[in-house]
Design a protein around this ligand. Structure first.
Ligand code: PXL
Length: 276
C-alpha cells in the first residue's frame, strides 16, 4: 500500500486539516501517517481558540523514522503553525525524501485577499521557501499572490491566472494547481506543468456558498488520488468534484454546522469515483 505523511495542525473541532486529511486519504486507499504541527481547540475562525505549537517534535520524529528506515511516497503539508516551523518542515522533508517521493504543498495561509488570523506578513516569505521545493503546489489565488509578492486582485483575467502560475514555477515549484480560479465568467481549477509548459483548466459549476476547510478537502482528495496512481488531471477532476459535492450537500442540509462541510456523508461518492 502506498504511504503518505501529511504534516499539518490538528484542530480538535473544525473539520479541517488533519481531521479531514486522515479520513479522506484513508478513503482513497492510501496509508496516512501524520505529523501534527500544533494542537488547536478549534480552527482559527472561532474566537478564543487555544493553540499548542508542537514544533519541537518535528525533527525528533524525523530522526526516529529515519532510524526505522521508514519512507514515504509523498509528503503533503497543509496549515503550519508558525513561520519558524516551516524551516523544520523543510529539513524533515530533505532528511526523509527519496528519489521517488513527491512533495505536495498546500500553502494553507490565506483566502479572500487576507491572511488567516494567526499569521503576520512574514509568514508568506517562509512559506514561499517550502513551495520552492514542491513537486506540486496547491494555492488559491490569494495564496498565490502572497507567495509571489503580487498585489491581490479580486477580479482578474485568464492571463493573470496563468502569469501567477508561471511566477510560482519560476520560484521552484514544478507544477501548480490553482484552486478556485475564477476568470472570464468561468470557475474551476487551473493546472500548470512547468516542464511541459502546458496548462489544463477543469471548469466547474460555481456554487454560491463558501465554507471553511474546503481547501483541505480538495488537497487531501487530490493527494490521495494521485498517490493511488490516478493521473494528475483526473486527480484534479475527482478532488474538484468531490469538494463541490461536499459543498452542495452541506448547503442543502438544515443541520449543517457553520464551521465546516459535511464531507463525511459524501465519502461514498469519492470512493465510487476512484473505483469507476
Ligand atoms: O483550513 C485551513 C486551516 C487549517 N487549520 C487551521 C485553520 C485553517 C484556516 O483558517 O485555522 C487551524
Amino acid at each position: 500500500m502506498k504511504r503518505i505523511v501529511t504534516i499539518q495542525d490538528i484542530s480538535c473541532v473544525g473539520k479541517c486539516s488533519l481531521t479531514v486529511a486522515l479520513p479522506i486519504i484513508s478513503a482513497t486507499g492510501v496509508e496516512a501517517a501524520i505529523i501534527p504541527t500544533a494542537v488547536l481547540s478549534t480552527h482559527t475562525m472561532f474566537k478564543n481558540f487555544t493553540c499548542k505549537d508542537l514544533d519541537d517534535q518535528i525533527l525528533p520524529i524525523a530522526e526516529h523514522w529515519k532510524s526505522e528506515g521508514l519512507s514515504f511516497d509523498a509528503f503533503y503539508t497543509g496549515y503550519l503553525a508558525s513561520a519558524q516551523q516551516i524551516a523544520k518542515v523543510i529539513r524533515l522533508i530533505e532528511e526523509l525524501k527519496t528519489r521517488e517521493s513527491l512533495v505536495i504543498i498546500d500553502p494553507a495561509m490565506a483566502d479572500n485577499g487576507k491572511l488567516y488570523p494567526a499569521f503576520d506578513e512574514e509568514f508568506p516569505q517562509e512559506m514561499a521557501k517550502l513551495c520552492a521545493i514542491a513537486d506540486i503546489v496547491l494555492p488559491n489565488i490569494t495564496e498565490a499572490c502572497y507567495l509571489t509578492n503580487t498585489p491581490y486582485q479580486a477580479e482578474y483575467d485568464e492571463a493573470f491566472a496563468k502569469e501567477i502560475c508561471r511566477r510560482l514555477a519560476a520560484q521552484g515549484a514544478k507544477k501548480v494547481v490553482l484552486t478556485g480560479a475564477a476568470f472570464d465568467g468561468k470557475y474551476g481549477v487551473l493546472l500548470f506543468d512547468s516542464r511541459k509548459d502546458s496548462f489544463y483548466f477543469y471548469e466547474q459549476e460555481r456554487i454560491d456558498a463558501s465554507y471553511h476547510g474546503t481547501g483541505d478537502i480538495f488537497s487531501s482528495a487530490f493527494t490521495g488520488s494521485l498517490i493511488r496512481g490516478v493521473s494528475i488531471e483526473e486527480s484534479v477532476r475527482i478532488a474538484a468534484d468531490y469538494t463541490a459535492e461536499c459543498i452542495r450537500v452541506t448547503k442543502s442540509s438544515p443541520e449543517a454546522n457553520w464551521y465546516g462541510v459535511d464531507f463525511e456523508s459524501t465519502i461514498p461518492y469519492l470512493i465510487k469515483r476512484l473505483s469507476d
